[in-house]
Design a protein around this ligand. Structure first.
Ligand code: MN
Length: 223
């Protein structure tokens, strides 16, 4: 059966991403939903974007936009204060991965980023980078919620659609997914020496890899 697999915030962790892909072996009929924040903080953003551009042709890739892609776009467009802001929020690591010069970022990486989308939904799940307003359709979600608002003390109630939300953005410092029936938070803090998570949303099977390419796997029902 074709799988729908969500991958949390990669943040330049190319070794962990490669270990996950080696374990999952996505085919051309699997749908891979990456939740955004491909760049920044981790050391290999350039390599991550190269891997993403390769995934476009090998699987059904649905890449979402994260707030770090938004910061990067703004920085490259406006330079000045926007560039300084990005550099102090992890952009320095991204630029370093391109040899220290933003001019070295190849066009096909920028083209990939420009094709990323705000959200994705299936019959049973929806996917956004950060958060959601429970009573608004996905098309009407404000940027502040989709890209920026962390999930901390306030756990949002179920979305009115009845679909399960799958989100990243709020790093889980202990490396474990935050799981509710109506909401799965799968940013498991890979750049902070925890795990990068991939979750098959229909079966509950998950894979986690770290920056040493160590792999562990499980199932949500069994944990
Ligand atoms: Mn984020």
């Amino acid at each position: 059966m074709d799988r729908t697999i969500a991958i949390g915030d990669i943040h330049g962790c190319a070794t962990a991403l490669q270990a996950l892909l080696d374990a999952i072996e996505p085919t051309s009929t699997d749908t891979m939903v990456t939740l955004g924040d491909y760049v920044d903080r981790g050391m290999e953003s350039s390599r991550v974007l190269e891997m993403m551009t390769e995934l476009v042709s090998s699987t059904r890739l649905i890449p979402l936009i994260g707030n770090h892609e938004l910061m990067m776009f703004k920085a490259l467009k406006n330079r000045g204060d926007d560039l300084n802001f990005w550099m102090t929020h992890g952009g320095n690591a991204t630029v370093a991965s391109y040899g220290g010069r933003v001019q070295n970022i190849p066009q096909h990486h920028l083209t990939f980023l420009s094709h990323c989308v705000r959200f994705h939904e299936t019959d049973s799940h929806f996917f956004v980078h950060a958060n959601y307003v429970p009573d608004l359709p996905l098309e009407e979600q404000p940027d502040e919620m989709l890209f920026w608002e962390h999930i901390k003390e306030h756990i949002p109630p179920p979305h009115f659609s009845g679909k399960t939300a799958v989100v990243g953005h709020t790093p889980q410092g202990d490396g474990e997914m935050l799981i509710f029936d109506h909401l799965h938070v799968i940013d498991t803090y890979c750049y902070g020496d925890q795990w990068l998570t991939a979750l098959d949303v229909n079966t509950g099977d998950f894979w986690q890899a770290d920056n040493n390419a160590e792999l562990r796997r499980g199932n949500l029902e069994a944990t």
